[in-house]
Design a protein. Structure first.
Length: 137
């Protein structure tokens, strides 16, 4: 766990260093009346900022699944079979996502109810796990 804290602190320090030097270059350029040179000098002297993302805590609970994703999990295999049943039909994931979206929009509130209930149960699980996670922190 210490490596996670160290990495995230390093990311913060790197960002802080880059921003402070960028501000220093901007201040000098403004004092010299060279407003148009700020971007050029920043790029020349500092280069692009490092793209280091902070690490996520692996012990943190996974976010709750939405009702739509529960619906997709159930409807996708049926839709794939239906599409693959047609001769020489290629499966395009974008088209499947569009069809799932339109199917979801077409569902009535009663048809969506089981998925919403699953989602609410998962949200409760998430809140309980987050409470335990934050208590142990």
């Amino acid at each position: 766990m210490a490596h996670l804290t160290f990495h995230n602190d390093t990311v913060s320090l790197n960002h802080l260093w880059y921003e402070s030097h960028k501000n220093l270059i901007a201040t000098v350029c403004i004092k010299l009346g060279q407003h148009d040179k700020i971007t050029e000098l920043t790029h020349t002297l500092l280069g692009d900022p490092l793209k280091i993302k902070p690490m996520k805590d692996p012990a943190k609970p996974k976010r709750p699944t939405s009702a739509y994703l529960y619906f997709c999990e159930e409807a996708r295999p049926k839709l794939m079979k239906k599409i693959k049943g047609k001769k020489n039909k290629k499966v395009n994931l974008g088209d499947i996502a569009k069809q799932l979206g339109s199917m979801w929009k077409g569902l009535s509130e009663n048809d969506k109810k089981p998925y919403v209930e699953k989602s609410l149960a998962d949200k409760e699980r998430y809140l309980d796990e987050m409470e335990k996670y934050n208590a142990n922190k």
